[in-house]
Design a binder for this molecule. Structure first.
Ligand SMILES: Cc1ncc(COP(=O)(O)O)c(C=O)c1O
Length: 391
C-alpha cells in the first residue's frame, strides 16, 4: 500500500495546528488513540492493580495487555521486559542491580546521550570496575564498529554499552555485528535504542543484544520506557523487589511497584499503529532526509555532522549541522522569527560527542529531527527558511 501522508497525519491531533514539528528526536507527537485511551482508562478503570472486583479485573487486563504488546513488539519474552518512567531511569535501576567483580572492565562510548553513560559510571564506582572509552573519529566515519571496538576487548571486559543510533549523527550502528564481537569476548552488550525505535522495527533477538531500552514518548506514545534484559543476562541482575514479592521476571526484579498504569495500557495502541508500517515509514523518511541533505550538502559553508548520505540503510532522519559563520543558536532564533518551524540547537545531552569527538563550540549543532508524519512540503519549506537565515 502506498504511504498516505494525509491519512497518517489524521492519526495525530497535534499535527492539526500551525506548527511544523522538527524536534521529534526530542519527543514525537502522540497518537490520537493513545490520548483517547489514557482518558478512557482514567475515567473508568483507575484503580489499584491486583484486585478481584469487576473494575479491578478490567484494570489488571489493560495493564497486562500493555506489557504483552510491548514484549511482542520487540520480540522479547513477557518475563524479559520491564516498563518504567524513562530510559534514563531504567538504566539507573539496572545499574543499581547489576553485579560484576571488583577489577572487571566495562567499555563505554563517547558517541552517546549521557543516559547510556552515567548509570554505568555510577555502577563502575559502586563495584570498583575499570572504565575504558570507545569512540570513532571523523576519519573512521564517526561510526561505532566491531573493528574500532575489538582493540578494547579482552577477557577482563564484562559489559559494553553503546547507542543504536546517535541522537546527533543519525547513523545506524550494526548492533548485531557489535553484539557478536562483544559475546565472543565473553561480555554483555547494552544498547540505547531511543533514537532508533521511532524509525525502524526493534527486534531484540535478531539484534542479539543482552540489554536494550527505548522511550515510547519518542515513538508516538506517552512518557514511559521499556527495558529488555535477556533471560541469560538476568543472571547478573540482582532482584530489588520487596522480600515477600516474587523475583522471577525482569518486572519482578526492577519493576518497583508497577509502572504508570495509564501509560502502560496505551502501548497496544502504539504497536497497532506501527505493525506492518515500518517499510512505509522508512520510505517516507528517506524522501524527507534526501531533501534536507541535498540542500545542506550543496553548500560549502555547511558541515553535516555525521553521514552526508541519504541512504536509509545508513541513517535515520535526525540531521545535525554546523555553519562556518553562524552559530547554531542564532540559526534557530532567526528561523523562529520568520516561520513556524520547531527545531533546536545544542548538545542534546550528547556532550562528550559534541565536545570531545566533534570538537564543537558550546552551542553544539543545529538539529532537525524528522519522522514519517512530516511532509515533503514541510522540508522544502524548511530549506527556504534556511536560505533566508543563512548568509
Ligand atoms: C539517544 C537518547 N537516549 C536516551 C534518551 C533519554 O531518554 P529518557 O528521557 O526516556 O530518559 C534520549 C532523550 O532525548 C535520547 O535521545
Amino acid at each position: 500500500m502506498p504511504f498516505d501522508i494525509t491519512k497518517t497525519r489524521e492519526h495525530f491531533p497535534a499535527l492539526q495546528q500551525d506548527q511544523v514539528f522538527l524536534d521529534n528526536a526530542g519527543g514525537s507527537q502522540a497518537l490520537g488513540d493513545v490520548i483517547d485511551s489514557i482518558a478512557a482508562y482514567l475515567s473508568k478503570t483507575n484503580v489499584q492493580l491486583g484486585a478481584s472486583y469487576h473494575t479491578g479485573t478490567q484494570s489488571n487486563t489493560k495493564y497486562e495487555e500493555g506489557y504483552q504488546a510491548a514484549a511482542k513488539y520487540i520480540n522479547a519474552g513477557r518475563d524479559e521486559i520491564v516498563l518504567g518512567g524513562s530510559t534514563t531511569q531504567l538504566f539507573m535501576n539496572l545499574a543499581g542491580a547489576l553485579h560484576f567483580d571488583e577489577g572487571d572492565e566495562i567499555i563505554l562510548s563517547k558517541m552517546e546521550h549521557e543516559t547510556n553513560v552515567k548509570p554505568w559510571l555510577f555502577m563502575a564506582e559502586r563495584l570498583k570496575l575499570t572504565v575504558k572509552w570507545w569512540e570513532s573519529s571523523k576519519s573512521d566515519g564517526l561510526k561505532l564498529t566491531p573493528e574500532n571496538l575489538k582493540p578494547l576487548l579482552s577477557p577482563k571486559v564484562k559489559f559494553v554499552a553503546c547507542t543504536h543510533v546517535s541522537n546527533i549523527l543519525g547513523t545506524i550502528h550494526d548492533v548485531r555485528a557489535i553484539a557478536d564481537a562483544v559475546h565472543e569476548a565473553g561480555a554483555l552488550l547494552c544498547i540505547d535504542g531511543v533514537s532508533f525505535a521511532p524509525h525502524r522495527k526493534v527486534d531484540v533477538k535478531t539484534f542479539g543484544v543482552d540489554f536494550y531500552a527505548f522511550s515510547w514518548y519518542k515513538v508516538y506514545g506517552p512518557h514511559i520506557a521499556v527495558l529488555y534484559a535477556s533471560n541469560s543476562a538476568q543472571k547478573h541482575v540482582k532482584a530489588m523487589a520487596h522480600f515477600f514479592n516474587p523475583t522471577k521476571t525482569l518486572e519482578d526484579k526492577l519493576g518497583f511497584a508497577a509502572s504508570n498504569y495509564e501509560n502502560v495500557q496505551t502501548i497496544p495502541q502504539i504497536t497497532k499503529y506501527l505493525d506492518g508500517s515500518v517499510d512505509a515509514i522508512t520510505e517516507q523518511e528517506g524522501k524527507l532526509q534526501k531533501i534536507l541533505l541535498d540542500f545542506l550538502n550543496s553548500r560549502s559553508d555547511i558541515t553535516v555532522q555525521g553521514s552526508t548520505s541519504a541512504d536509509s540503510s545508513q541513517r535515520v532522519p535526525t540531521i545535525s549541522f554546523t555553519v562556518d559563520t553562524v552559530n547554531p543558536k542564532q540559526i534557530v532564533n532567526e528561523a523562529e522569527k520568520i516561520s513556524n518551524y520547531g527545531f533546536r540547537w545544542g548538545h542534546f545531552y550528547s556532550k562528550r560527542l559534541c565536545d570531545e569527538v566533534l570538537g564543537l563550540g558550546p552551542e553544539g549543532v543545529t538539529r532537525v529531527s524528522m519522522v514519517h508524519y512530516n511532509t515533503e512540503d514541510d522540508i522544502w519549506g524548511l530549506v527556504e527558511v534556511l536560505k533566508k537565515v543563512l548568509p
